[in-house]
Write a protein that binds this ligand. Structure first.
Ligand code: HEC
Length: 156
C-alpha cells in the first residue's frame, strides 16, 4: 500500500468507527420530540405502567374481565392514534426512527391480542402475551429511552 492508500484506509476505518459509536450511543426519542408530543408520550407511558400493574393482578387472580379491560385501555392509548393532531403526528413521524414506530405498533398489537385471550379466559395465553409485553417494554426502553433507565442493559 502506498501512503495515499494507507491514508484512505485510515479515513475509512475512522469513519466506520464513528458510525459504530453513533449506533451504540443511547438514543432518547423523547429528546427529539416537540415538548407537547413528548408530554403525550410520557402520559401514555404512565398510563401503560398503571394498566400493566393491574393486568398482572388480574392475571394472577384469574380476573379475566379486568385483564381484558386494561389491555384494551393500553391498545386505545396508542400514541399514534390518540389526542394527536395531524401536526403532532407529523412531528412524531419526522422525529423518531421507523423501527420505533414499528415497535410501538407491535406492542399495541400484543395488548389487543391479550384482550382477546382474556375474553376467551385463556389463562396460558394471557400469561404468555403479558410476558411478551414486558419484554417489549424492556427492548424499547433500552434502545429508545437512552439515559432515562441507566440500569437497563441492551437486549434483543
Ligand atoms: C415503542 C417503545 C416503548 C415501549 C414498547 C414501551 N415504552 Fe415506556 N417509554 C418509551 C420511551 C421512549 C420513554 C422515555 C420518554 C421520554 O423520556 O420522553 C418511556 C418511558 C416510560 C416511563 C417513564 C415515564 C415518565 O414518567 O417519564 C414509564 C413508566 C414507562 N415508559 C413504562 C412502560 C411500560 C410499563 C411498558 C410496557 C408495558 C412500556 N413503557 C413500553 C418507549 C416505550
Amino acid at each position: 500500500m502506498n501512503i495515499i492508500q494507507q491514508f484512505i484506509a485510515a479515513c475509512l476505518m475512522a469513519f466506520v468507527g464513528i458510525a459504530a459509536a453513533q449506533e451504540a450511543a443511547p438514543v432518547n426519542v423523547g429528546d427529539k420530540l416537540p415538548p407537547n408530543v413528548r408530554t403525550l408520550l410520557i402520559q401514555e407511558m404512565q398510563a401503560v405502567l398503571t394498566a400493566s400493574q393491574t393486568i398482572l393482578e388480574g392475571i394472577v387472580k384469574g380476573q379475566h374481565e379486568l385483564v381484558a379491560e386494561k389491555a384494551e385501555g393500553i391498545h386505545n392509548s396508542f400514541i399514534l392514534k390518540q389526542k394527536m393532531t395531524p401536526e403532532d403526528r407529523k412531528a412524531l413521524m419526522a422525529a423518531v426512527p421507523s423501527a420505533f414506530v414499528q415497535q410501538d405498533r407491535a406492542f399495541h398489537k400484543l395488548s389487543a391480542d391479550l384482550a382477546v385471550a382474556a375474553r376467551a379466559e385463556d389463562q396460558a395465553q394471557e400469561r404468555a402475551l403479558f410476558g411478551q409485553m414486558v419484554e417489549a417494554c424492556i427492548v424499547c426502553h433500552s434502545r429508545y429511552a437512552g439515559g432515562r433507565f441507566s440500569g437497563l442493559k441492551n437486549s434483543e
